[in-house]
Design a binder for this molecule. Structure first.
Ligand code: DX5
Ligand code: ZN
Length: 229
């Protein structure tokens, strides 16, 4: 059975003055999840939004709100993101010394727990976390900005898929995903593809069909590879 591929557009590439309509547009056009990039200007050199904004997004998300925290520390904010309505909350392993506790706390607050790995962090870093996590996010850019060039992390993805075995853990790829790179990562074992610029490019809330074309192009490329793998 081929793995079901999920496309998670990142609203980092949306119109920041129109999040509600942007979220509805990408979902109407076939997004499986909505990826929300939280940045603190400290863990990463960019700043986006916090719990009140994420709570406001929730009202528009009908699918799955996938919240990617690029913040340090994480633990003091877990409850706020649960209250904001995150379905999946992902923390970076590099954000502090106690990721094990963080993942326990995320599940304890009723959310699915994700762990993200920067490009310089090896797959083995999550070896003792796989029973505590629902999703491993492999960064294929250095986090902080959309529109960066894809970094080849295929050996890391392959290794993670072996390590995960028959556990129900998603492998999510974040950064530089487009119809060219999507088949490479799905062939290596990824099943959730975050895409910012490759989904929003050329479209707008007044021309949302372009979002649909972009999502379908990524999915077609990714699914062909997954079926062949
Ligand atoms: C990067 C973010 C990504 C970003 C991806 O720090 O975590 O989710 O929006 O953007 P693209 O798809 O443009 O590389
Ligand atoms: Zn992200």
């Amino acid at each position: 059975m081929p793995r079901a591929i999920k496309i998670a557009p990142s609203i980092l590439s949306a119109d920041f003055a129109d999040f509600g309509r942007e979220i509805r547009a990408i979902e109407d056009q076939g997004a499986d999840w909505v990826h929300v990039d939280v940045m603190d200007g400290h863990f990463v050199p960019n700043l986006t939004f916090g719990p009140p904004a994420v709570k406001a997004f929730r009202k528009h998300v009908k699918t799955v709100m996938d919240v990617h925290l690029m913040i340090a520390p994480v633990d003091p904010y877990i409850e706020a993101y649960a209250e904001a309505g995150a379905d999946i909350l992902t923390a970076h392993i590099e954000a502090g010394p106690h990721i094990h506790r963080t993942l326990q706390a995320i599940r304890g607050a009723g959310m699915k727990a994700g762990v993200a790995l920067n490009p310089g962090t090896p797959a083995e870093a999550v070896a003792h976390l796989l029973d505590l996590t629902d999703l491993v996010c492999v960064m294929t850019v250095n986090p902080g900005f959309g529109g960066q060039k894809f970094l080849d992390m295929m050996d890391k993805i392959t290794r993670l898929r072996e390590m995960i075995g028959d556990r129900e853990v998603h492998i999510e790829i974040d950064g530089g995903v487009d119809p060219t790179t999507a088949p490479l990562v799905t062939a290596a074992g990824a099943d959730v593809l975050v895409a910012g610029s490759a989904v929003f490019r050329g479209g707008s809330v007044d021309n949302p069909q372009v979002y649909g074309q972009n999502i379908r192009a990524i999915r077609a490329a990714a699914t062909g590879a997954a079926d062949a793998a």
